[in-house]
Design a protein around this ligand. Sequence first.
Ligand code: KIV
Ligand code: NA
Length: 275
Amino acid sequence: MKTTTDFQKMKTNGEPIVMLTAYDFPSAKLAEEANVDVILVGDSLGMVVLGYESTIPVTVEDMVHHTKAVRRGAKNTFIVTDMPFMSYHTSIEDTMKNAMKLMQDGGAHALKLEGAGDVCFTISRLVAAGVPVVAHLGLTPQSVGVLGGYKVQGKDSETAKKLIEDAKEAEKAGAMMLVLECVPKQLAEVITSEISIPTIGIGAGNKTDGQVLVYHDVIQNGFGHIPKFVKPYADANSVIQNAIQQYRSEVKTREFPDDLHSFTMKEEQLVSLYG
Ligand code: KIV
Ligand code: NA
């Protein structure tokens, strides 16, 4: 299993870090078998596998439940779990208790928090308590209401400068890694060179130290809007839909199950069944 030290080395050596989300046992197992460097149990699971409209309804219990399944599927991969909406804002005590649940019950190796400002103080407290923290800046979906939609962040020099400052603050607070979501590629490149912790981009161009995508986007096995930054590498939806349609049709025609998929008993045992 790769560790914080390995990710730091990968940045130094210019080896891109591959992060992929996973939410359950089979997706985690496939991600591990494909040798991804880090698995993210993202709160995107709220939209992707639970059918919510945003990440806002996702709870700590949801994240624990899914992290446990991911951990069972990927025993040898570094797992980052999202702290969900408002689970790190009400008080430092609540934050610590929630972090404890996600790591002790869930089995996460690190936790990801969105935002800057006060969140940096929270990051430093978590790190001081021994929790590896991944920061998340740019488009921060838990603040979608405040941001006014899912939009690219840091497009003008003023907001870009603020993001550079926020990134430096997150590093100073002790974050081990920084996710940059939906920012211009030039800004992501500047941030990547200005801080010494690895940056992981999503919709942030190819100059970050690594990339992250949502599992269901990569294999096209979802129903949400597909953002511009997603490149699908398969069409799982149509493979699955074809299989289900074929199954349905073969049940209707009694083609399935055939003898190959049925059990039999001996003739002499059968006789007595009919009295
Ligand atoms: O929840 C998630 O999947 C994420 C990534 C998109 C970075 O936070
Ligand atoms: Na997330």
